[in-house]
Design a protein around this ligand. Structure first.
Ligand code: CTP
Length: 403
C-alpha cells in the first residue's frame, strides 16, 4: 500500500537517529518515494550520506542554500509529501512545532505544511514525562498531529523506562494507517480469529491448523480504515494488532461466551475463527496414561457461535467464512442461509495460495442474493480489504455508517 506514496521524513538529533536508516530502507523496499530532512543535531548522530544512499534522493539539511540549488525546500517538500513523519522526534522539535517556531528547515517546513503528519517521540524517560513536553505533545494531538506512543525498555542513557523509538514495523504500520482514508470511522467491528483448543487432559488438546492470520489481517485493515475493533482471538502466535479491545480465549465455549457478551455493541461481526465443532466430553484431571491397546474419545458438539448470533442479529452485518475441501460454493451458500449471514467468504483449502498459515488467500465472497465475486491470489491484508469493501456496500444500504 506504500507503492509510490511520497513520504517526507524529518530526522532530529537523538540517539535513535540511527534507526531512521532502517525506517527509510523499509519504506523504500515497500515502494515509497522518500525524501529526508535532517536537523543539525541529527547530523551529529548519523550522516546525510547514509540517508541519501538509502532514500536515493538528495537530503535536505539547510534553510539557506546557494541560489542555483534554491527550490524553496520548505514549500516544495510540503507540496511533494503525501505524509510527513518525524522519527525520532526530540523534545526540542516537539516544543518548536507546538510553539510555532521555525528556526531551521524542518521546523519551518512543519509550519508551511498541512499534510497528515506522524511524530514519533524518542528521548530519555524523564524528558518525556516532563510536564512541559507532555503539554506540547497534547497540544500537537489536539491540532491534528498523530503522535505515536514511545516504547518502553532500556534507554541509551542506561536507564529503563518509556522513551524508546517504537519498532520500525510499528512505525510503518502507523504510516499506513495515516495514509488510509477513514471510511469505517465510527463503525464498531467485532472480529474473531485463530483456532480454538479443546483440552483432553492437562497436556493434550484437539485443535486445527488455523494460524489466526486472516482474522488478524482483518483487524489491521479495519483499524487502518478507522474502525473501532474488538478482537476475540483463540491461541495465535502473532503480533497483536491495534484494537480497542483484545480478548484472548482458548476453547470454543470460551469464544462463544466472549462473543455473546460483546456482539451487541458491534455494527459488524466477522467470524474468521476456525472454531472446533466438537470438544472432548470429559476433561481428564490427570494426564491420560498409555495403559490400553486402543483409546476412544467421546466428543460432544460445541455451540455454533455464528448461528447463535444469526438468530438475533438485528441490523448488524454478519460475515462468516467457509473453508472447504469440496463443493466450495454450494457448501458456502448453504452455510450463509442456515446461519443467517449477510456475507460468506469461501476458500478452498486445496487451492494454491489459499488456506491456513499462508500470508495469501484465494477467496470468493457470496452475499444473500447469491451474487458471488471471486478474487485471484492476494495477500491476506488485501483479502481483508476486499471483504471490508463488500461490508461497506451492505452498511451503506443499511445506512448505519456515514460515508
Ligand atoms: N463457526 C462458529 N461456531 C462453530 C463452528 C463454526 O461460529 N462452532 C463459524 C466459523 O467461524 C465460520 C462459519 O461458522 O465463520 C463456518 O465454519 P465452518 O467450520 O466452515 O462450518 P461448520 O458450520 O462448522 O460446518 P462444517 O464443519 O461441517 O463444514
Amino acid at each position: 500500500m506504500l507503492t509510490n506514496k511520497k513520504i517526507v521524513l524529518g530526522i532530529t538529533g537523538g540517539i535513535a537517529a540511527y534507526k531512521a536508516a532502517e525506517l527509510i530502507r523499509t519504506l523504500v523496499k515497500e515502494g515509497a518515494l522518500v525524501k529526508v530532512m535532517m536537523t543539525k543535531s541529527a547530523m551529529e548522530f548519523i550522516t546525510p550520506l547514509t540517508m541519501q544512499t538509502l532514500s536515493r534522493n538528495q537530503v535536505y539539511t539547510d534553510m539557506f542554500v546557494p541560489a542555483d540549488q534554491y527550490d524553496m525546500a520548505h514549500i516544495s517538500l510540503a507540496e511533494f509529501a503525501d505524509a510527513f513523519v518525524i522519527a525520532p522526534a526530540t523534545a526540542n522539535i516537539i516544543g518548536k512545532i507546538a510553539s510555532g517556531i521555525g528556526d531551521d528547515l524542518l521546523s519551518t517546513t512543519m509550519m508551511a505544511q498541512s499534510k497528515p503528519t506522524l511524530i514519533c517521540p524518542a528521548m530519555n524517560d524523564k524528558m518525556l514525562s516532563n510536564p512541559i513536553v507532555q503539554e506540547n505533545i497534547n497540544k500537537l494531538k489536539k491540532t491534528g498531529y498523530v503522535i505515536m506512543d514511545s516504547a518502553e525498555g532500556e534507554l541509551a542513557c542506561k536507564t529503563a523506562g518509556k522513551g524508546r523509538l517504537p519498532d520500525i514495523a510499528d512505525i510503518i504500520e502507523e504510516i499506513k494507517t495515516l495514509l488510509t482514508p477513514k471510511d469505517f470511522k465510527g463503525a464498531r467491528i467485532l472480529i474473531t480469529a485463530g483456532p480454538t483448543e479443546e483440552p483432553l487432559d492437562p497436556v493434550r488438546f484437539i485443535t486445527n491448523l488455523s494460524s489466526g492470520k486472516m482474522g488478524y489481517a482483518l483487524a489491521v485493515a479495519a483499524h487502518r480504515r478507522g474502525a473501532n475493533i474488538t478482537l476475540i482471538s483463540g491461541p495465535a502466535n502473532l503480533p497483536l494488532p491495534a484494537a480497542e479491545k483484545i480478548i484472548k480465549v482458548r476453547t470454543a465455549k470460551e469464544m462463544h461466551k466472549a462473543v455473546m457478551t460483546h456482539y451487541r455493541n458491534a455494527d459488524i461481526i466477522i467470524k474468521a475463527a476456525a472454531v472446533a465443532d466438537y470438544c472432548p466430553k470429559t476433561l481428564a484431571k490427570e494426564k491420560i496414561k498409555k495403559d490400553k491397546k486402543a483409546l476412544s474419545l467421546e466428543l460432544e458438539i460445541n455451540p455454533d457461535i455464528i448461528a447463535d448470533i444469526g438468530k438475533n442479529k438485528g441490523n448488524r452485518v454478519l460475515v462468516g467464512f467457509a473453508m472447504e475441501t469440496q463443493n466450495l460454493l454450494a457448501n458456502a451458500r448453504d452455510k450463509l442461509k442456515k446461519k443467517n449471514m449477510d456475507l460468506i467468504v469461501a476458500n478452498n483449502l486445496q487451492e494454491e495460495g489459499a488456506g491456513f498459515r499462508t500470508d495469501t488467500n484465494v477467496i470468493t465472497i457470496i452475499d444473500r442474493t447469491g451474487e458471488c465475486e471471486s478474487f485471484g491470489k492476494m495477500t491476506k491484508i488485501e483479502a481483508a480489504g476486499a471483504i471490508l469493501d463488500r461490508v461497506k456496500k451492505i452498511m451503506s444500504k443499511k445506512s448505519n455508517i456515514k460515508n
